[in-house]
Design a protein. Structure first.
Length: 375
């Protein structure tokens, strides 16, 4: 009997290594036609359907709300209705699994011995925890566990964290939140985050906004901050790059993403490209166009990819202080706070990767940004 054909998770975007299986469009064991949509998947950038690669009978074991690696086989299509031998879906991870979500995918297997891989999965370690090594054995994993354990074996901590408790209940998360959580786990397994804060004069900011409105057109605080941030980032490569594999890299361009998370919708970060060549009014137009497309569910994967820096604004929610979280393959993120009651000022918070920059450089960047915004 010929081998069944695998249904594989396609790569929809270069930055997405995982996707969430949202729902099956067919039942296991049913007949399908080539190019027939069989499953709905979601990444941080898009929701998409995966089609059957050929005619036949489809079989699968995964349910919904499962995270899988890009390139993983999630179903198989056989020539007849006889179920094939059980096959594990490579890279499949149930939601909210902590250690399982950190396990290395199939692409990492060649570098690791089988015993090392098992110990890594049990201990919540990932392939990214061993950059630059050509071969990893059990003793290498044990050494890293000992360095991080702080007296308790990582495997023991992982098992304790995963143990069910009688006084808790599962909390359902959206596919986008599951993917976001997995990405942040990867980032903060490596990043060394630090934050600096500076106070921005609200009267001076409003005066600057009025001056821009008179010369170019009306812009919001967010739009003006993106404009001035982009100009500064062009001369601050340590905040417009990322650290990976023991090496710091700077992007050759500035593309700023801004976080949007409207009620009833998932968090998205549309990206404004070629920021350094735009006027404040053109930046404002880009923000408004992308925001409208977000509300209409029209944002494309390209419009949600390629950011080199992120700005997140919680001033509209009255938040006077928060620490923003750095995004994947970025070195920094800027948070905009609301005006403090009775202070006539608002905080600007910069979280940065200490492997790329230091507090002095971050403070200098914020001071220059404040001076630009206050005119």
């Amino acid at each position: 009997m010929p081998e069944p054909t695998a249904v594989v998770v396609p790569r929809m975007n270069t930055n997405d290594d995982q996707a969430v299986l949202v729902k099956w469009l067919v039942s296991s064991g049913s007949a399908v036609k080539a190019e027939q949509p069989v499953v709905v998947m979601e990444t941080t950038k898009a929701t998409f359907e995966v089609n059957a690669p050929c005619d036949g009978y489809i079989f699968f074991e995964l349910g919904s709300a499962v995270m899988v690696d890009v390139g993983a086989s999630i179903a198989w299509i056989a020539d007849d209705a006889t179920p094939p031998a059980p096959r594990a879906a490579a890279g499949a991870q149930p939601p909210n699994t902590g250690a399982a979500a950190a396990a290395p995918g199939p692409a990492a297997d060649q570098r690791f011995s089988r015993k090392a891989l098992k110990l890594m999965r049990d201990s919540g370690l990932a392939a990214a925890d061993f950059p630059g090594a050509d071969r990893i054995e059990t003793q290498d994993v044990e050494r890293l566990i000992a360095q991080r354990a702080g007296g308790a074996p990582a495997a023991a901590r992982s098992a304790a964290e995963a143990a069910p408790a009688a006084d808790v209940r599962p909390l359902e998360q959206t596919p986008s939140k599951m993917i976001e959580a997995a990405a942040l786990e990867r980032v903060y397994r490596q990043v060394v985050p630090s934050s600096v804060v500076i106070a921005l004069s609200e009267p001076r900011l409003q005066a600057r906004l009025k001056a821009v409105a008179e010369s170019e057109g009306v812009v919001s605080p967010l739009e003006l901050i993106i404009f001035e941030t982009a100009r500064l980032l062009a001369d601050t490569p340590a905040l417009n790059g990322f650290y990976a594999g023991g090496r710091a890299s700077a992007y050759r361009h500035v593309a700023i993403g801004f976080a949007i998370n409207a009620a009833g919708r998932s968090l998205k970060v549309p990206v404004i490209r070629d920021c350094t060549g735009s006027s404040a009014l053109n930046i404002a137009r880009s923000v408004r166009d992308l925001s409208l497309r977000y509300m209409r569910d029209e944002l494309t994967a390209a419009e949600l990819s390629g950011g080199t820096f992120t700005v997140t604004d919680l001033s509209g929610q009255g938040v006077v202080h928060f620490i923003p979280v750095i995004n994947e393959r970025q070195a920094a993120i800027l948070g905009i706070c609301a005006e403090r009651p009775g202070c006539a000022s608002r905080d600007l918070v910069l979280t940065f990767d200490h492997r790329m920059a230091d507090g002095m450089l971050a403070a200098e960047f914020l001071n220059q940004l404040r001076d630009a915004l206050e005119g």
